[in-house]
Design a protein around this ligand. Structure first.
Ligand code: SF4
Length: 332
């Protein structure tokens, strides 16, 4: 990961970062005086001054504002395979950035210092859409990724950045949990060229207990992407020992995947490392990833990968007809 200095060269990215009061969308006032945000399925209902579960959307008077518009927790140049995307501009660099907050509450979060940020001390960089798009060009990045925390919660900012990127021929990638309201998702994904969507587990119990969320809206987003958009998307499942890695669960998930997404949507099984509020679980054994990959492939899925580990076979892309290796990878 190469941290990027915005003050490089002659271009200065922005002045000092400050909280924004950018007008937010996808909300309405309720008859009882509360304001309801419909950007994600939580539908937070807010009194004046209250923030939503994601912390970055706040009611101010009779309006909702996005407090992180134009503000970032940092920028990095990454390989696109790190998002992970194996079938979208392979071998190219992507300019990655995120903001703060999240609309899920995953106990195993691997980016918790950013996603759980409650203050803006993580947001050291201020950058407008045009500046980000120009910087991607300057740094030789073919795409910009909204990542580290979920771009759904800063959708207004992500959409504006995506539009500025399109104007300059730079693609955009949403790395997301897919936890987005029906009203907002069409506009959000229309702006994106690619996405990696987390399918964190395949039971409502897992989503309730460990993510404080629901599975069904995520499945709805995946089906929506497949049936109603041209967005290139791949799916990631972080396998956590004893929580979502049983052969039975992978089997059921693979059946659903094949029936609803078809054989050609890439699926990444990635290794968990103890983090945040889940320090009592061991790292995922590589054999668990290999087993999950074998189950998914047995259902006819053609592009199933093992990630976060050294595994040449599990990381490489092969021809589904003859088995020849088309792109060989080891980790990224
Ligand atoms: S985007 Fe944030 S404020 Fe809006 S419903 Fe989701 S968690 Fe609540």
């Amino acid at each position: 990961m190469n941290r990027v200095s915005w003050r490089r060269g002659t271009e200065r990215m922005a002045d000092e970062a400050r909280p924004s009061d950018h007008p937010a969308r996808w909300w309405s006032l309720l008859a009882d005086g509360r304001l309801e945000c419909r950007l994600c399925p939580r539908n937070c209902k807010l009194q004046d001054g209250q923030r939503g579960f994601c912390f970055v959307r706040q009611r101010t008077g009779d309006a909702l504002v996005l407090t992180t518009y134009g503000r970032s927790s940092g920028f990095c140049v990454d390989p696109i395979e790190k998002k992970p995307l194996n079938h979208f501009l392979p071998g190219t660099s992507v300019l990655s950035f995120g903001t703060a907050g999240c609309n899920l509450g995953c106990r195993f979060c691997q980016n918790w210092d950013i996603s759980k940020a409650r203050e803006f001390d993580r947001l050291g960089e201020a950058a407008g859409p045009d500046q980000i798009a120009a910087a991607a060009r300057r740094l030789g990045c073919r795409s910009v990724a909204f990542t580290y925390n979920d771009p759904v919660i800063f959708a207004e900012y992500a959409i504006d950045v995506a539009q500025a990127c399109r104007d300059r021929g730079v693609r955009t990638v949403a790395v997301t949990a897919g936890y987005i309201g029906v009203e907002a998702r069409a506009e959000f994904f229309r702006a994106m060229d690619a996405a990696n969507v987390d399918l964190k587990g395949f039971t409502e119990g897992f989503y309730h207990r460990l993510c404080f969320a629901e599975l069904q809206p995520v499945l709805d987003t995946l089906v929506y992407l497949k049936r109603e958009t041209d967005v290139w998307f791949e799916v990631t499942t972080l396998l956590i020992p004893g929580e979502n890695d049983s052969p039975e669960e992978i089997d059921r998930a693979s059946d659903w995947y094949a029936a609803n997404l078809g054989p050609d949507v890439p699926w990444h099984f990635t290794a968990f490392h103890p983090d945040f509020k889940m320090l009592d679980k061991p790292p995922t054994p590589p054999a668990t990833l290999t087993r999950a990959r074998a189950i998914a492939r047995s259902k006819g899925l053609r592009y199933v990968y093992c990630g976060n580990v050294h595994d040449r076979e599990g990381g490489s892309t092969t021809c589904p007809s003859c088995g020849a290796v088309l792109i060989e990878r080891d980790w990224y």
